[in-house]
Write a protein that binds this ligand. Sequence first.
Ligand code: COA
Length: 494
Amino acid sequence: MEMIGEARIEASREAVWDALNDPDVLRSSIPGCEEMLRTADNEFTAKVVSKVGPIKARFAGKVTLSNIVPPRSYTLTGEGQGGAAGFVKSDIEVSLEALEQGVTMLRYGVKANIGGKLAQLGSRMIDSAARKAADEFFAVFGSVVAKRAVAAPQAPGAAADPDAAAFMAAVTAPGFSERPEPRSRVAPKSTAESAPRAAAVNDAPSPELMDVWVSQHIKVWIADQIAVVSLNRPDNRNAMTYPMWRAIPGLMRALERNPEVRTIILTGTGEDFCAGADIPEFEKVRADVAQATAYEVAVDACCDAIAGISKPTIAVVKGYCLGGGAHLAMSCDFRYAAASAVFGIPAARLSIIYGVRATQKLCALVGQAQAKRILYSADRFTAPEALRIGFVDHVSGSLGPAVSSSWWAGLWSAADSKVADPMADARTFARKLAANAPLSIAGAKYILTGLSMGPGDLDLQRAEELIAFAAGSEDYREGRKAFAEKRPPGFKGF
Ligand code: COA
């Protein structure tokens, strides 16, 4: 019997790893488990009552952990004797991937040998019993781990993962900013290079530290070719400070160069996407005309860097998305919103003129008439309204409070997500984009962005260069070959 599966668990990889090594958690999660005792560092004894079809038996046996790579993976080998019912010997490969802060993907593969009466039941009955047991296990295990994670929260700003700690150590180490640029495998010039450059920040996560980039107010998680960039000031509804605006262009350049990243999701930690610029900070950083001008340059540089990256970007919006937060969302290629998200551009309540670039993006999305209504009235509008006028592309769930995804419902494999979780929907979409040809997406994005910015903004020669480069690329050959061989293409981005 063989089975594979995965489960999204709302806890850090550390917490999931600890639980996977905790006999009490395993005992309470394994269906029918009566006893689980540690007998050595990597060994347990277990007693499990199991019922498969008409056969019910008590299995007693040994569980051994091997190939242990904390906190990423291990092999769990179980051997159990059930008397006349038969025996089971199984190897379960378990791996953990940190998807974003406080979310872990657990993947497993099971290979089992079954003997005795059980074996005579037939593979269909055994497969279905095994699938049911796995579902039950993850339902309980996921909720136990998530509860433990809530009961023992991380200190604010603390790294949630050893990789994060390693990365923090690396980026704060002297000389990190002088680190040579990692070589990119993507030959075309980055479309982000045309964006105004902000003050230098530490960029370029090195491949060996690629899992996570953590700063106090912006967190980045990279897994499965998707980078999740999370604005991280939940107590202030993720309002953007001046240093945050200035940090993002460097971060975008790093993500542009990182060949592990194919799609970028921009979101906010906690309940909100972003309530705009940090207003109290205006007294210090936007107090007079000169400061206000410099501030707007930094905002435009930030948003142009997001809009200019050659990889597809998705804003996942929940809670408030206001003012500068709306500019951030509009700078992404797509906006996935929770049904309860609230939008608005309250510049007219602060006597601020919304910038030219931001207004241009607004008009491109909703047209002049709606742009006037939004800017003149400063009214807030709902996610269904945002969908109706074209401000967002997708609304998850129906009206009512946003449901944060359960670990089970957020499974990546859930093709038909009925859950009101824009992140789960955005991830499904992001994975589809990540599988497509990077050169095609980068080229289309370059041309569309240039065209939408008005006459003269598209560098036709550069567009032709991109088209020619794609036509001579290995990916182009791969696309045709895959079509002929009736298989999905494996694109590399060159
Ligand atoms: N800048 C800095 N802090 C902000 C903020 C912003 N743009 N928006 C919200 N916050 C802070 C609040 O000051 C508050 O902090 P406190 O608990 O230390 O007082 C916290 O976030 C929670 O917000 P609060 O106002 O208490 O929540 P609410 O539900 O009553 O209202 C908003 C939420 C978003 C409607 C309201 O905070 C607001 O209007 N914010 C400003 C939005 C704006 O004008 N943005 C455009 C700026 S250009």
